[in-house]
Ligand binder design. Sequence first.
Ligand code: TXA
Ligand code: MG
Length: 360
Amino acid sequence: METIIKKIDPNNMTSDDFSEAAALLREGKLVAFPTETVYGLGGNAYDSTASARIYAAKGRPSDNPLIVHISSFEEITPLVKDIPGKARALADRFWPGPLTMILFKSDKVPKETTGGLDTVAIRMPSHPIANRLIKEAGIPIAAPSANASGRPSTTKAEHVIEDLDGRIDMIIDGGSSDIGLESTIVDLTVSPALILRPGYITIEMLREVIPDIEYDKAVLKRIKDDTIVAKAPGMKYRHYAPKGELTIYEGEIGRVSKAIREAAKEKLDAGYSVGILTSDELAESYAGLQTGCDNGSLYIRDIGSRENEEEIAAGLFDALRYFDEVKADHIYAESFVEGGLGQAIMNRLMKAAGYHIIEV
Ligand code: TXA
Ligand code: MG
């Protein structure tokens, strides 16, 4: 299939820009589009055939439910059994924005969209292109992250093209996603409410609205322990993983840098390609590592200051994709402070590493 690439400027868009995309969505076709978190792969949420196409395009297991995207609060009504007070309160505070809520689904939402569950995940994105696309299509849009299953989520149209060109009908190129990590997911069908996936909206922010909200225990796990099963079906799969072997080093940053230098040197000497995921504070400490070991190649990616978690979050998936592009065999990553947005950063990084963390 020929994938149409459509550039839209989020600061200067008209109804015309969306007419073809909206028509495709209404016909059950697939359109990838930018959101403030990551790019989404959209299809009509009411159409079970569209959902089946989404799973096929991503190569995703069909028991992994999709998030349904809406453009205004009223659009939630036909999707759910009822709207709990907590959902209204969270929506008032955080929608439109990077928060997804799990509620009991109505009969209108097909089980194909929810991976067979009787609950549905709903999000109202704040990105102007996402919002406008949903409005112009006039239907709720089921959209997982627009990456091939198992690969890091996509934060630019180029990433989507890499993974899905020829497999979907259209890709809207609206520039980079600001946040760079997927939405925070909150399950409101249980009491107390649970955070199933950490994101930009942190537990501290959520507790201002729902004081007793907790993390699902799978979110906090730091080891590969298959007895702790994630409540969000998607969180149980190998995820975000680069093709090379990724190891996280954790501890005082001087020791982290030293341990990464030693590990990298050993692999370079043995002829491997090595990637280092670093920060402004430590990037220079790896300079000169290549000297003297002329076998393997070294690829260093600095994703920003450790003081600026938003910058780290925004650059993380792009860096993981970069290491695939350069075919790094071994990748060494510094760890980041957990808590706040760092919770989401480390959640994604630990999954990408298959929980392979070395304490130094
Ligand atoms: O930021 C985001 O949320 C992006 C953009 C495109 O909106 N979307 C996204 O979708 O990350 P996806 O499909 O990659 O991740 C959805 C996660 C999966 O882990 C899935 O298992 C979980 O949400 N999920 C969806 N519906 C659920 C439900 N009814 N109950 C529990 N978990 C659910
Ligand atoms: Mg995903």
